[in-house]
Design a protein around this ligand. Structure first.
Ligand code: VGL
Ligand code: ZN
Length: 207
């Protein structure tokens, strides 16, 4: 598969809090970094995202009395899974992994910065209505096809890919350049959602 100047590589949430040893560790999250660096070097356009939460964020179990991580609460916009505190704005754990080597990344998009609403997707917050601006940014720059990788396959990669496709971008997930959180059923649900949305899953060697 050829890479064109109208393609963008979207690298999702490669932050320390999602790496092994972090509060919301994604198993093997750091093992994909060499592959991501090699991929990124071949793309003219790379966009990074950062999960970027204020204290007291609605997605933190600690915000809800008596709730534990991985339970759910009813939010005004629907069910919200609760997580350990992670990616607090401008803390060490919110930093990108130092071994991520993408000096030519053109945009770092932050999401999840509203206390009262989470945002798994890089395009739409969890109400599935509030835009982050990424769709407009990509369109204005003439970027039409998106390759997604990073963390976590079953949450932020999944929802970003589905919303990117829904906004009219040809969207592919490079599956061996992602890793999953792996809650019960979450990987199967992500597989099904990507298939349903028309998001192709490819392997990095086909690029
Ligand atoms: C993510 C759970 C909570 C992700 C972010 O990056 O996939 N997952 N916040
Ligand atoms: Zn988060």
């Amino acid at each position: 598969m050829q890479i064109y100047s109208t393609d963008a590589l979207l690298l999702i949430d490669l932050q320390l809090d999602f790496m092994p040893g972090g509060p919301l560790a994604v198993p093997g999250g750091d093992a994909i970094l060499p592959r991501l660096n090699a991929l990124a070097a071949r793309f003219e356009h790379v966009v990074l995202t950062e999960d970027w939460h204020p204290s007291g964020h609605i997605s933190f179990a600690s915000t809800h009395a008596g709730k534990q991580p991985y339970e759910q609460v009813n939010a005004p916009y629907g069910l919200q899974t609760l997580w350990p505190e992670h990616c607090l704005q401008h803390t060490a754990g919110a930093a990108l992994h130092p071994e991520l080597n993408v000096p030519h990344a053109e945009l770092i998009l932050r999401k999840g910065f509203r206390r009262e609403m989470d945002s798994y997707s890089a395009f739409l917050e969890n109400d599935h209505r509030t835009g982050t601006g990424l769709g407009g940014y990509l369109r204005e720059r003439g970027l039409r096809r998106l390759f997604l990788a990073g963390l976590a396959y079953d949450f932020c990669v999944r929802f970003s890919a589905v919303d990117g496709r829904a906004q009219g971008f040809e969207t592919l997930v490079i599956e061996d350049a992602t890793r999953a959180v792996g809650l019960p059923g979450s990987v199967a649900a992500a597989d099904a959602a990507l298939a349903e949305a028309g998001v192709q899953r490819i392997r990095s060697e086909s690029l």
